[in-house]
Design a protein around this ligand. Structure first.
Ligand code: UDP
Length: 496
């Protein structure tokens, strides 16, 4: 399609790296289908996004005005990741005020002068109001979640069934009334705001306003795989009564990922050479995602576990909780004396400061397991490579991702939960050896992880004319959006 003939799609994520990046990955995927993408964000986020757009892409970055100081946020704070925890809610609330500006941009830039209205607006689940705006203009609206179905379903149900702090069970366990099939939850799986929430606090007020708007959308797209995540997806089909499409896994291409890396402690080449020197399935990769970190004492216990065991490992280290993640730091300061040098000399471990080429590591044949915080991207990256997990969820949906993987998928064992969890090095070592060792449970988990890898591969291919589930879901989404566009065009022609 020539550029001027292309149909357009509008993409609008909430201003947080964990949303902006999956939406960009989605935009790049949809662009391949021949659509022109208008990707909307605030000025400073757009500035950062420029460098992430591949040179051969025609994605248009569209600025929506936003002034953080109008909301008592620090100047230039336009991204969740630039804010301390106590100001995140304020950014979420401020983002709700983007509605009038979005209407203006839609009318003046994204529709006016175009031969056809956008086929669809794909918006963030924190922008529930977008569905009404889209419909006012006769445009299809879909929500997109970079989080998994089960994780988001737990989040949705937990916020709508408050409070949780009075759980009567002496073990601290409870069920969710509208999501009993999710099984038992434990109070340690609640973020501080959920633990305190009673329906009258600011977080509850925000969530109770936002979550019910999801029902207004024409469909919900998830970066997940149907077969893997059916419990959560079925929950949304039941609760919202709208189509739910699992279109994943959708990951940022390797070249764009490389641009994301903060100061990296290692080059991909160095990492791969080190991995090449190890036998297949002998290495544990350890990372807690792009922002999360553990406490200083947990770091020490993890190091002791690695020091005392025989397992090969790559460990991406950042300053422990309570220390500025962007500060200059020396990993050695937080580890047992001589640890870094010892493991290097023993050729057992590689300690990497701040950032490592995760996808390249996980796809290496020497890697057998991934000890991680269970962020959804890390989970998908592990599973597409058939790598079993050792879960150490820290916040948000990570608790529920770990639960899904451990209780339903059978590819994960949880070792700790959150930053206050007192985990001992003996237990960490036991879990590592359980998942990686020559024992029935470990073998079964690793077999299962390989099976899941195969299952995911099938969802994104077409074989003998039969399309995989994720391809089919993407097609269904497009045909629903195009049908609405067609109907709207006919209505307009009739009224003229
Ligand atoms: N990542 C990476 N190297 C690192 C840490 C993280 O490449 O050292 C990437 C990782 O591959 C994933 C993303 O950053 O794509 C982290 O996303 P996830 O959803 O797992 O966790 P979050 O950072 O959002 O908590």
């Amino acid at each position: 399609m020539e550029s001027e003939e292309k149909q357009s799609i509008v993409i609008f994520p909430f201003m947080a790296q964990g949303h902006i990046i999956p939406f960009l990955a989605l935009a790049l995927r949809i662009e391949q289908k021949g659509y022109l993408i208008n990707y909307v964000s605030t000025p400073l986020n757009i500035k950062k996004l420029h460098s992430l757009i591949p040179p051969n892409s025609s994605i248009r970055l569209v600025e929506i005005p936003f002034n953080s100081s109008d909301y008592g946020l620090p100047p230039d704070a336009e991204n969740n990741d630039d804010l301390p925890y106590n100001l995140v809610l304020r950014l979420l609330e401020a983002a709700q005020d983007l509605e009038p500006s979005f209407r203006k941009i839609l009318a003046e830039e994204l529709i006016n002068g175009q031969r056809k209205k956008p086929v669809c607006i794909i918006g963030d689940f924190f922008f529930g109001w977008l569905a009404d705006v889209a419909h006012d203009f006769g445009i299809f609206h879909a929500l997109f979640s970079g989080a998994g179905g089960f994780g988001l379903a737990c989040y949705h149900s937990l916020w709508l069934n408050l409070p949780h702090r009075n759980t009567n069970d002496e073990k601290g366990e409870f069920l969710l009334p509208d999501f009993p099939e999710a099984g038992k939850f434990h109070v340690t799986q609640l973020s501080p705001s959920l633990l305190l929430a009673d329906g009258t606090d600011p977080s509850s007020i925000f969530q109770r306003k936002c979550l019910p708007t999801w029902v207004n959308s024409d469909g919900f797209l998830f970066n997940t795989v149907e077969e893997l995540d059916r419990i959560g997806l079925t929950y949304f089909r039941r609760k919202l009564g709208i189509p739910v499409w699992a279109i994943g896994p959708i990951l940022l291409p390797v070249d764009e990922r490389a641009k994301l890396s903060k100061t990296s402690g290692i080059t991909p080449q160095e990492c791969l050479e080190w991995l090449d020197s190890k036998s297949p399935d002998s290495v544990l990769y350890i990372s807690f995602g792009s922002q999360t970190t553990i406490s200083a004492s947990q770091m020490m216990q993890l190091a002791k576990a690695l020091d005392s065991g025989d397992t090969n490992f790559i460990w991406v280290i950042r300053p422990p909780i309570g220390f500025d993640p962007s500060m200059e730091f020396i990993a050695e300061d937080w580890l047992p004396e001589g640890f870094v040098q010892r493991v290097r000399e023993e050729k057992k471990g590689l300690v990497v400061e701040k950032w490592a080429p995760q996808l390249e590591i996980l796809s290496h044949k020497s890697v057998a397991a991934f000890l991680c915080h269970c962020g959804w991207n890390s989970v998908l990256e592990s599973l597409i490579n058939g790598v079993a997990l050792i879960g150490w969820p820290i916040a948000g949906d990570q608790f529920y991702n770990a639960k899904l993987l451990a209780e339903w998928v059978g590819v994960c064992v949880e070792v700790a939960r959150g930053i206050s969890f007192e985990v001992g090095h003996e237990d960490i070592r036991y879990k590592i050896e359980l998942v990686m060792g020559d024992n029935e449970k470990g073998k079964e988990m690793r077999r299962k992880a390989q099976e899941v890898k195969g299952l995911i591969e099938q969802t994104v291919v077409e074989k003998d004319g039969v399309k995989g589930d994720s391809l089919k879901a993407m097609e269904e989404f497009f045909s629903a959006a195009l049908q609405m566009q067609e109907e709207e065009t006919q209505l307009m022609e009739q009224s003229n």
